[in-house]
Design a protein around this ligand. Structure first.
Ligand code: MN
Length: 154
């Protein structure tokens, strides 16, 4: 069974992700970037779900460190972000994320399809569509959620 690392400081979000993903993949959960980096380096997962807004070290920095490590650089990474503003998707993809998902997660199937696509791509070629987890028109919808360093911990 493929193994997915969830790096997310919000317990409710971790529970939700586990509920969506649990019966299809083996999950490991980390609440901070530093703990996740140490664990991922010693035992790399097949895919990483990475929250952008994390205490101490944000998800963008975690990804930067993963991508600069030759043994970890190719692990597919999906950004989790409460930001749904225009341009966020482009920025996250430019930073090296393979896909992104906007919280709160409303389309469970889209998340599962994105995970399946990235896992398939990494071993046996791309068999599914190349669409993002959230359609661009939906992703561009302004959100009231805060996800900054001084945010609500989501
Ligand atoms: Mn967070």
């Amino acid at each position: 069974m493929k193994r997915i690392a969830i790096v997310e400081d919000n317990r409710d979000n971790r529970l939700l992700l586990r509920a969506i993903i649990d019966d299809r993949y083996e999950l490991v959960e980390y609440a901070t970037g530093r703990v996740a980096l140490d664990a991922i380096r010693s035992d790399p997962p097949d895919l990483i779900l990475l929250d952008i807004s994390l205490p101490e070290m944000d998800g963008t920095e975690v990804l930067r460190r993963l991508r600069s490590d030759s043994t970890l650089a190719r692990i597919p990474a999906i950004a989790l972000t409460a930001h749904a503003m225009r341009g966020v998707r482009e920025r996250l993809l430019a930073e090296g994320f393979d896909a992104y998902v906007v919280k709160p997660i409303v389309d469970e199937e889209a998340l599962l399809e994105t995970i399946a696509r990235l896992l398939d791509t990494s071993v046996a070629g791309d068999t599914l569509s190349d669409s993002p987890a959230i359609p661009p028109n939906q992703a561009a919808t302004p959100s009231n959620e805060r996800d900054g360093p001084q945010g609500d911990g989501k």
